[in-house]
Design a protein around this ligand. Structure first.
Ligand code: C2E
Ligand code: MG
Ligand code: MG
Ligand code: MG
Length: 286
């Protein structure tokens, strides 16, 4: 081999990219056993009514603790699970666990739970059927569940989009509500909003910035626009990642209905949620 092909080979073999590929491949292999190994759990983060301060819902967030005790953040393993198709089995497990938890939560407090559903899960044409029969078997009404989707659910082929919309409509016909997660970060949020049957606009955490509590006019303008859009479309607006009392107060003044974030409570095992609900005397559900 001459020097030029050596050079090409060196350029093609990037050791850090290879290490990354190998780490991802190993993690996918681990993900394939994680459900059976009982390594997943679901934490819940309260969602609060900004006017009353009452907990009116909770978001189910997946947690993965591996056999060796280390945990992997969902931001890291969910994309891998989506690429590898493992998200189907994992998503089914999440919904099963949420229904189990929700049975008691709903009967004791009529508190709805929101669950994250990825575009991959909705590509399965029987997703809505399975979810609805699961709710029915558990003895739960559709209103007990809120499905969180991101705008990317429609960024596939036209046939997928049509089927996705049909499934969301089917869920809604049974009382399940739909929230658009990370709203405002997609490619063309407004166009998708026109196509999707939606109940709640979940404003991305990046809009709940430091600047809104200091009254930064540009930042306030974005929040105000999203809140006004929600209001004119008759949707509830929910702000994510609220970390300070000043942010919560500003969002309330701007007319945002709901919020979640470290200021109120971190995601935690369901026992924490029961403690909060017990401590709160009067409450109105979403
Ligand atoms: P998301 O649905 O937008 O969830 C909100 C994320 O913000 C959660 O991260 C939550 O822990 C975090 N968070 C809550 N309060 C605050 C705050 O005050 N400040 C900041 N900086 N962050 C806050 P988490 O749990 O790491 O989840 C990351 C993402 O993983 C989720 O984003 C969601 O897209 C995905 N995910 C989590 N659970 C599931 C699941 O069961 N299924 C699917 N398909 N995706 C999931
Ligand atoms: Mg979410
Ligand atoms: Mg979000
Ligand atoms: Mg997010």
């Amino acid at each position: 081999n001459d020097a030029r092909s050596e050079g090409n080979r060196a350029a093609l073999f990037d050791p850090s990219a290879y290490a990354q590929w190998k780490a991802n491949r190993d993690m996918v292999a681990e993900l394939q056993h994680a459900v059976a190994a009982g390594e997943f759990s679901v934490h819940y983060q309260p969602i609060v009514d900004l006017d009353t301060g009452a907990v009116v819902a909770a978001e189910a967030l997946l947690r993965w603790t591996r056999g060796d005790g280390t945990s992997v953040p969902p931001g890291l393993f969910i994309p891998l699970a989506e690429q590898s198709g493992e998200i189907t089995a994992i998503g089914d497990w999440v919904i099963g666990q949420v229904c189990t938890d929700l049975y008691e939560l709903w009967n004791a407090h009529q508190l709805p739970v929101t669950v994250n559903v990825s575009a991959h899960q909705l590509r399965d044409h029987l997703f809505a059927d399975r979810l609805l029969s699961r709710l029915e078997r558990t003895g739960l009404p559709g209103t007990a569940l809120i499905v969180e989707i991101t705008e990317t659910v429609l960024m596939t082929t036209v046939t997928d989009a049509a089927s996705t919309i049909l499934q969301l409509q089917q869920l809604r016909a049974h009382g399940v509500r739909i929230a658009v997660d990370d709203f405002g970060t997609g490619y063309s949020s407004l166009a998708y909003l026109r196509e999707l049957p939606v109940d709640i606009l979940k404003m991305d955490g990046s809009f709940t910035s430091q600047q809104i509590e200091n009254g930064g006019p540009q930042e306030i303008a974005f929040v105000r626009t999203i809140v006004d859009l929600g209001r004119s479309l008759n949707l509830l607006t929910l702000a994510e990642a609220v970390e300070t009392p000043a942010q919560a107060e500003r969002l309330r003044q701007l007319g945002c209905h709901l919020a979640q974030g470290y200021h109120f409570a971190r995601p935690a095992p369901i026992g924490k949620l029961y403690d909060l609900l017990a401590a709160q005397s009067s409450r109105t559900a979403v």
